[in-house]
Structures are given as C-alpha cells and as structure tokens.
Write a new protein. Structure first.
Length: 364
C-alpha cells in the first residue's frame, strides 16, 4: 500500500514530473524558439550590413522550424522513449543528442528553404564550411535553450505536484476527523442493537468494519467497484442508525466497475445528500441513485436523490475538498440540478488508468 511519502518519491521520478510536457509547453517551445531566433538572426543581418527586417523574417522561419521539430521530438520521446528511462542521467544523454540534432537540422532546413526561394544570406554563409559550423553552433544554442525550458517545466510540475499532495492530505485529514464523530454514533447504535435483533447486529457490525476499512486505507486510488461497495455499506449504516427507509440504487456497466478512480469520491456526496436532503416526513422513502457511464474520454458519475431541493448551494468543507481533489486528477464536480438534487463527477479515463497502474505497481 502506497503512502504519501512513497507517492512523492514515485511522482518525482524522471518521467512523471520532470518530463510531463503539456500541450501548452509545445506552443511555448515554438513561441520561444521563434522569438529567440528572430532576434538573433536579425542582429546578425544588421551586423553584416544587411536588411534587419529580412533577418527578422528569416529568423522567424528558423525559429518556427526548430520549434516545430522540438514539439515533435518532445511528443515522440514522451510517448515512446523517455517513459522507459529510469535514471535522470539517461534523460540528459537523450535530450542532449536530440536537442543538438533539432538545432542543426532546423538550421539546415531553414537555409535550404531560403536559398531555394532565392533569398539572400550573410556573405559568410556562402561558404559551405561556414554553413556546417553555423549548423553545429545552432545545435549547441538549441540545447541550452531547451535546457532552460526543461528547468521551467520541471519547476512548474513539481509545484503542481506539491499542491496536489497537500490537497490530498487535507482531504484525508478532514475525512478522518469526521469519521471520529461517525464512529462514536455508530458505537452508540451498536450498543442499542445488542439486546435486539442479533442478525441485524451482525450485519451492522460487518458493514461498519467494511466501511471503516475502506475509509482509513492509505491508497489514493481505488476502483469504481470498491467505491460503490463503500457507499453501500455507508447507506446501510445510516439507514439503521437513523431508522429511515433509505434506498440506494446503482446503474453501471459491468465493464466500468474495475475502472480506477480516486478513492473516497462518492461517499462525501452521499453523506451530504442524507444529511441535508432527508425528508421531514419519515414515511417517505429516500432514494439515492448512482449512475456510471463513459462519455468519450471521460468517466461520468451521476448522483441523484429525491430529497429536499437545494435552495442555495454553498459547499462545505467536505465537498470543497472533494472538488479540489477531483481537479487535481483532471476532473471536476458539477451541480447538474437543485431540484431534484443531482451532482455529476467527471474524470478523464486516460489519466486515471496511468495513475491506477502506478499505484498498483507500487502496492505490488
């Protein structure tokens, strides 16, 4: 079972934090490369008494070529090469060679385009030897520029990781504080059942143990099947404790039940529904339904109840932390309707599979 410390150690390895390139990073590479190259080439043209604006134009072309190649290289390496590297030193070797080749090929590519279009170049580039030297120099400059981009990306990713772990820690701490009150209430219920129905007492005890075991576990990821089992135990406990007719129904494809999900994402919403939505009339059956389906690349969980309508939605500590927890996993919590009360949890399937596999590997 993975702990918070182990998650930090796992998450800070080479391909989970240092090399996590987002789509914006690709755009950033092209933008930086274009600006940097346009200024540098423009300056070279100016110093060689050529048109400064023409140098800017050729520099933009050079920057675009290098930036585009960098984006393609980053994507290919992140998908097929870098995830297989377990040591940072190997990353430096791969990136050094890749960045150098990108700069050299990008320069030669731009040079061929400019010459084929009849464009003028600085006099020293009419010599083939100087063209090769310039290509090598551009390769080295590209490497150092890429290094700066890498350091920026790593610093940002580690900051996001620390924020995500802090949210997770706050979430778990809050749930455990709430569980103290829940446990005391449950123990009181157990005492009341001792002299009553023995079969109900045994069933209540089993569900209480199953629920507490699920809530107190350290794992950050679970499966939809486990989350639903936890909620079923919780609803049964509340049904007995409050002496109310509370019914939980679940509608989910069997293929989705083993999908990885962040742990403890359903219980806070169900608890909120029972606490605030239970009808005043004790003869009315209180129904809670949970639906699960896959929509495109997202797992959609719907939680609906037939209790009191929500007059003004002000999320408490539990739902606020749940919202942050889901956002840390690339998902979100939505209030679909106030009457009847309905919440939707939206989670990206691809991200969940990666993190689920990571935790599974850590547990083994």
């Amino acid at each position: 079972m993975i702990t918070l410390k182990e998650e930090l150690l796992y998450s800070t390895n080479v391909h989970n934090v240092d090399l996590k390139i987002k789509p914006f990073d690709g755009f950033f590479l092209i933008l930086v490369g274009t600006f940097y190259a346009s200024m540098l080439v423009g300056l070279i043209y100016f110093l060689t008494e050529m048109a400064f604006l023409k140098g800017i134009a050729h520099g933009i072309l050079l920057g675009f070529c290098i930036g585009s190649l960098s984006w393609l290289a980053v994507y290919f390496n992140n998908q097929y090469v870098l995830p297989r590297l377990q040591r940072v030193v190997m990353w430096w070797v791969v990136w050094c060679g890749t960045a150098f080749l990108i700069g050299m090929v990008g320069f030669l590519w731009t040079y061929i385009i400019v010459r084929s279009m009849g464009g003028n170049v600085p006099p020293f580039l009419t010599d083939e030897k100087n063209v090769i030297i310039s290509a090598f120099t551009t390769g080295f400059l590209t490497y150092f520029t890429g290094l700066l981009v890498y350091l920026f990306v790593r610093m940002r990713n580690r900051k996001e990781l620390i924020e995500r772990l802090a949210i997770e820690a706050d979430y778990k701490l809050t749930l455990r504080m709430l569980d103290v009150h829940f446990l005391l209430n449950s123990l009181n219920t157990l005492l009341e059942l001792v002299d009553g129905d023995k079969e109900l007492l045994e069933k209540y005890t089993r569900n209480l143990v199953r629920y507490l075991r699920g809530v107190l576990k350290e794992a950050k990821m679970s499966t939809l099947r486990e989350e639903l089992a936890l909620v079923k135990s919780y609803v049964f406990l509340e049904k007995v404790r409050k002496g109310r007719d509370i019914v939980l129904s679940v509608e989910a494809d069997e293929s989705l039940l083993d999908e990885p999900v962040p742990s403890l994402i359903l219980q806070p919403i169900v608890e909120n529904a029972i606490r605030h939505g239970l009808p005043e009339d004790k003869t009315i059956r209180f129904g809670i339904s949970i639906g699960a389906k896959k929509v495109g690349e997202f797992l959609m969980l719907t939680l609906l109840n037939n209790g009191k309508p929500i007059e003004e939605f002000k999320p408490g500590v539990g739902l606020s932390l749940l919202k942050k927890k889901l956002e840390a996993h690339g998902g979100r919590l939505l209030l679909k309707s106030k009457n009847p009360p309905c919440f939707i949890i939206e989670l990206p399937v691809a991200t969940l599979k990666v993190r689920g596999a990571a935790y599974e590997g850590s547990d083994s």
